[in-house]
Design a binder for this molecule. Structure first.
Ligand code: SF4
Ligand code: SF4
Length: 326
């Protein structure tokens, strides 16, 4: 789908500390009430893990190799996790209950499998994967909507749902393979990340990027050849889309994580990646090995005092310079 300009985001997974500040910033701004309590337009998952909603990667959606929509299913409320409240009044105000406790027994929720990962000590591993709508160039949600309620803005490629046209059929929820459209049962309409467009229109970055304490997020336009998105995605090819095989052409890109060392049975350091390359390729496609090689080479150049444009960008010395919004 052709647009005049495409706003994009790059996230460096080597710098994410899983603090959920981005999640909180998004939630407080957009989804903390009115049927949106279970929605996490931005969430941060531990990988390997089930993700959010639970097992979303096995729910179908997106496009097949011929370009046809693949069948997909909706997550159940249990896959999202039932939002729970706490007995604040009894525990903190009246003192009638000595324990602060949830009002239901939680069995699943966003970030439920935090820091579990895979592997056995001393070779266990995990990393954090922040996820938001990819504002895809070929959005499955848009293609599936029989009401033409979903549209992609010409000026910046942001994908939005026209709340006046939406009738809550939820075809978009089935069709988005990233499960980044949510159904609001209170108003019977679908809702999703809006890339903080009211902030973007004022020249401000999204709330998740503004608040990111790890400085892992860059925002800019794909056609800005002087900008950070072009440098990371096109020039150095170190930023890759999540699940490109799903065919929606995401505009959110990830710098894959380097591995900590792997150890042999006698504690010797092995010349192997602790995070299996095949696992990273199953998420980010064939470009992972080359991207990691480039990062290692440039990191060494920086360490050797030779200088590196790529490393200077990835370090993000100045937070404000990570956003190029004009
Ligand atoms: Fe649509 Fe999902 Fe792509 Fe977002 S990530 S534009 S909701 S298909
Ligand atoms: Fe990661 Fe930044 Fe979100 Fe913290 S605020 S979890 S560092 S993306």
């Amino acid at each position: 789908m052709t647009v005049k300009r495409q706003l994009s985001m790059v996230l460096d997974l080597n710098k994410c500390i899983g603090c959920q500040t981005c999640t909180t910033a998004c939630k407080l701004m957009w989804t903390n009430r009115n049927g949106r309590e279970f929605m996490y337009w931005n969430n941060v998952e531990t990988q390997p893990g089930k993700g959010y909603p639970r097992d979303y990667q096995n729910m179908g959606g997106g496009f097949d190799e011929a370009g046809a929509l693949r069948a997909g299913r909706q997550p159940s409320q249990e896959d999202y996790g039932i939002p729970w409240e706490y007995n604040y009044e009894e525990a903190l105000m009246t003192g009638t209950d000595p324990w602060l406790r949830p009002n239901v027994k939680p069995t699943w929720g966003a970030n439920w499998d935090e820091d579990q990962g895979e592997g056995d000590y001393p070779n266990s591993y995990y990393f954090y994967l922040p996820r938001l709508c990819n504002h895809c160039a070929n959005p499955g949600c848009l293609a599936a909507c029989s009401r033409n309620a979903i549209y992609k803005r010409q000026e910046d490629g942001i994908v939005l749902i026209d709340q006046e046209r939406c009738r809550g059929y939820r075809y978009c929820v089935n069709a988005c393979p990233y499960k980044k459209v949510y159904f609001n049962e209170q108003i019977s309409k679908s809702e999703k990340c809006i890339f903080c467009y009211p902030r973007i229109e004022k020249g401000l970055p999204t709330a998740c990027a503004q608040q990111c304490v790890g400085r892992i997020r860059w925002i800019g336009y794909r056609d800005d050849t002087e900008g950070p998105i072009h440098m990371l995605v096109e020039k150095y090819k170190v930023a890759l889309p999540l699940h490109p095989e799903w065919g929606t052409q995401p505009n959110v890109f990830y710098v894959p994580p380097l591995s900590p060392p792997k150890y042999g049975p006698d504690g010797e350091m092995l010349d192997e990646s602790r995070i299996p390359l095949e696992y990273l390729e199953s998420l980010f496609g064939d470009g992972v090995a080359a991207a990691l090689d480039t990062i290692r080479t440039e990191r060494q150049a920086k360490a050797d005092g030779k200088g590196s444009e790529l490393m200077d960008t990835l370090i993000g010395y100045n937070h404000a310079e990570m956003f190029k919004l004009s």
